[in-house]
Structure formats: C-alpha cells, structure tokens
Write a protein that binds this ligand. Structure first.
Ligand code: FES
Length: 257
C-alpha cells in the first residue's frame, strides 16, 4: 500500500518530549509530517481509555512521549505512564488490534535529533502495519468499544495505579508483591473486564443466548454463563426473551428505552 499515509496522534509531555520536538524543528532535523502533536503537562495525563478513544476516532497509530525515567517534572509520573501503556497494549491485543500501533518513547528536551528519528521509525512501522482496520471492520470496532469501556472500570484503574507501590514499597504490612505475579493479576483482570464489556456491547442492540455470546467472545459456554450471572447480579444484563427453551439476554442501558 504505497500511497498510504499513516495518521498518527502524538501526546508529548510539555517538559521534555514536546521541547524535544520543538528542538527538532528549530534544528531543521527532517521527519515525516504524519504526526499531529498534542502537548500534555505530563505523559501520565493520558489515560488508557483516552488512547483507545483516539484509535476509535480512526488514528492509525498513537505515540506517547515523556521524560526519561527519573526525570519526570512530577517525580513519578512517567512510572505510571509505563504501566498504563502496558495495560492499553494488553486491551488492544484483546480487542484484536496490533499493540505495535501504540508506542511509548522517552525523549528529553535536548534530544531533537532522536525525536525526529523516533517519529520517522514509528511512521515506518505503522506504514508496514497498514491503515487502521477499525473504520472498515464493525466487529473490531465493537471489540474496541468493549476495550475502551474496560479501561474505564475502577478495578483496572486502581490496579494499574497501585502496581508501583505494591511491587516496590509493599502493602500496609510492608509485604511486597512479586512483579510477575502482579503482572498476571493485572492481565487476568484486563481479560475479565474486557470479556464482560464485550458481552454488554454485543447485547446492546439484540438479545443473545449464552451460546451465541460464547461464539463471539471465544470463551467456553460455562465461563460465559458465569459472566452472565455476574452481570445480572449487577443489574447490567436482563432476561429479554425465552425462545423455545433458550433464554436470551440484553444489556440494560441506563437512561435508554
Ligand atoms: S513531566 Fe514529562 S513525563 Fe512527566
């Protein structure tokens, strides 16, 4: 696809990466014009659901740029950024979208040339991946909706925000959680929230049986039934109709008809 020009959105922190991009400009380092830069005060201001919204809006790639580790103007902001990007990549993977369409880079204010090189390399990578499939694939778009809703869930936001403290300093009793174990906990939580939200997205427009849901989610029927029971107990899913012997469920839309 030689004439494909990737549309890339860049979130660059005010104190380092944005200044680095500025330096690239004044130093006349050439880089592709495919990136639209948005200045944020710290890279950690960009939450996972916002990044996913950008993909929903049709971006072919998203880049987040921040200060090098240890240099964040707000001391620990970029440590959290790293965790949030990991979570967002996991949600992209679950949705069926290439995680490589999202890139995190540390660029200091003095690294103008590096900034130009990083952008050029990312544009090349996205060019290889091709245009975002979201606008042409309604199934993927629905899965991305589910991933975006999952990213808003309090449990995931809490877990990704606590990782540094729990694996570094420990809990209230001073007990540290093994980083690998915490990573597994976070991945499992992301998977659960994604699947739950996928069921809700699937049943927003039409009532589905557990078997029909399982076909779409790719999970076993008994695992899907467990999720249906959990969603019903939270008043997020309701029995809509019984066809023959088969109950079908529909998402409860708050404020909907
Ligand atoms: S201020 Fe640059 S990453 Fe926090």
């Amino acid at each position: 696809m030689s004439d494909f020009e990737p549309r890339i959105v860049g979130f660059l922190c005010n104190w380092c990466s944005y200044a680095g991009a500025d330096l690239a400009g004044v130093s006349r380092f050439q880089y592709p014009t495919n990136i639209r830069s948005i200045r944020v005060m710290c890279s950690t201001r960009v939450s996972p659901h916002l990044l996913l919204e950008v993909f929903k809006a049709g971006a072919d790639g998203v880049m987040v740029g921040g200060c090098h580790i240890g240099d964040c103007h707000y001391i620990t902001g970029n440590y959290y950024t790293e965790k949030r990007i990991m979570l967002t990549k996991e949600l992209l993977r679950l949705a069926g979208i290439e995680p490589d369409r999202l890139r995190l880079e540390w660029i200091s204010a003095s690294e103008g040339e590096r900034c130009a090189n990083v952008v050029a390399d990312f544009v090349k990578k996205v060019r290889e991946l091709g245009p975002s499939p979201i606008p042409r694939d309604s199934r993927l778009a629905l899965r991305l909706d589910a991933a975006t809703e999952a990213a808003k869930v309090f449990r995931l936001r809490l877990l990704s925000g606590k990782e540094i403290k729990l694996t570094g300093e420990g809990n209230a009793y001073g007990e540290k959680v093994d980083p690998e174990r915490f990573g597994n906990i976070l991945r499992n939580a992301a998977q659960e929230e994604f699947q739950r939200n996928l069921i809700l997205e699937l049943t927003k427009c039409s009532a589905l049986s557990v078997k029909e849901m399982a076909k779409e989610t790719g999970e076993a029927t008994d695992a899907t039934l467990e999720r249906v029971v959990a969603l019903r107990s939270k008043n997020l899913l309701a029995l809509s109709v019984v066809e023959g012997m088969t109950p079908k469920y529909k998402a409860i839309i708050v404020g909907g008809v």
